[in-house]
Design a protein around this ligand. Structure first.
Ligand SMILES: [Zn+2]
Length: 381
């Protein structure tokens, strides 16, 4: 009996694995893979002040090439569960649609890859190379005790990955219509401008920090670039301006603003910080200010080549159409793989992710399973 992605997805959805809870999802997957001959490891990581996170690493085979599938079994909360047509952790199927938290983000894709890998292995007993699952329980949370540490752990064990597919829901309208070959970087900061508070009627005795802050915000919102071969233009959004002054007759002593930049490969974190600081200095003149930076995530792109070609050809064989190679949207755990191996994201249609009644057509699960199966066939051929 071939493994069915639907059955695996239902079993996973029925586990209440809302970050940071394991909820039985990793246990289920570990058991499934172990029975198929995978060597499995449960790896827990912790950090002071954060909940301990359970992760799973499973591998079959010894040689090269080494293909890794990466994903997360943790899910975002269901919200008001009474608003769901089908209970959020039921895994109900109605009219050919599977409902449940994680159906598309991303228990569904894990199920598809598990079914694809197990069926591939059953049909190719002497397959060369290695297949691994690197599954975290900490993607929707702080992402501190998940993929980053699991990759370090695997490296310390001597594991070397050649290529990785992350199963985030990248498809836009139809399964396989889009592969994310890269992700923009993200950099956030808080600008604090120091002034001198005083009476609004006596501005000569005060220094209003809002004047300098407005100038700085103008300067940093100027275009950062014109886009690049694989990326749209970088963009900075001011997301908050905070003075907190309730009085009309008081010049405040301090003003703050927060911003987020989504940047392309014309920049690195370091060069972008330098650019924004220089613009701010020029705009602020003699006024004192500082920028406090949040932990950034860097930009990456897996340039089209043999690996991306294999993926595209596999998708086209199943769907009849080559996928778009995109770098739009938010970040994913793929950013942590870029220092280890070539990586892309390829998963289900993301329209209902994080929503009430998250769902996927069962036909989409079958189609993604067929795509993953083709990828494995071509990759190990
Ligand atoms: Zn996800």
């Amino acid at each position: 009996m071939p493994h069915s992605a639907l059955e695996i997805a239902q079993a996973l959805i029925r586990c209440r694995s809302v970050t940071p809870a394991e909820g039985g999802a990793l246990c289920y997957l570990q058991d499934l893979l172990k029975r198929a001959g995978f060597e499995t490891h449960r790896v827990k990581f912790s950090e002071p002040g954060m909940p301990e996170i359970d992760n799973l690493y499973a591998k079959i085979g010894r040689g090269v090439p080494h293909f890794v599938f990466a994903g997360h079994t943790d899910v975002v909360p269901a919200g008001d569960e009474t608003r769901w047509k089908h209970s959020a952790f039921s895994g109900d199927v109605a009219n050919g649609v599977l409902f449940g938290r994680g159906a598309v983000d991303m228990k569904g894709a894990i199920a598809c890859f598990a079914a694809a890998a197990l069926n591939h292995l059953a049909a190719n007993k002497n397959s060369k190379g290695s297949i691994s699952f690197l599954i975290t329980g900490d993607e929707e949370g702080p992402a501190v005790n998940g993929t980053v540490k699991l990759l370090q752990w695997a490296k310390a064990r001597g594991e070397q990955f050649d290529h990785c597919v992350v199963g985030e829901p990248t498809s836009v309208d139809v399964v396989g219509d889009t592969i994310k070959i890269g992700r923009r970087g993200s950099l956030s900061g808080t600008i604090t401008v120091a002034g001198k508070s005083g009476h609004a009627a006596y501005p000569q005795r005060a220094e209003n920090p809002i004047r300098a802050l407005v100038n700085i915000l103008h300067a940093i919102q100027e275009p950062l670039d014109e886009g690049s071969w694989h990326f749209e233009k970088s963009n900075l959004e001011v997301v908050s301006v905070d003075v907190g002054n309730a009085a009309f007759n008081v010049i405040p002593g301090e003003a703050k603003a927060r911003f987020n930049v989504r940047f392309n490969d014309n920049h690195s974190v370091a060069s972008l910080k330098t650019e924004l600081l220089e613009r701010s200095k020029k705009a602020a003149g003699a006024t004192q200010f500082r920028i406090d930076w949040e932990p950034p995530s860097d930009v990456f792109v897996t340039k089209p080549g043999p690996f991306v070609d294999t993926l595209s050809a596999s998708v086209a064989e199943v769907t009849g159409k080559k996928p778009q190679l995109s770098t739009s949207g938010g970040t994913s755990d793929a950013r942590f793989f870029k220092d280890y191996c070539e990586v892309v994201d390829l998963g289900l249609v993301g329209q209902t992710m994080h929503q009430v009644d998250e769902s996927t057509p069962v036909a989409d699960l079958d189609r993604l399973t067929a795509i993953y199966r083709k990828i494995l066939e071509r990759y190990f051929a």
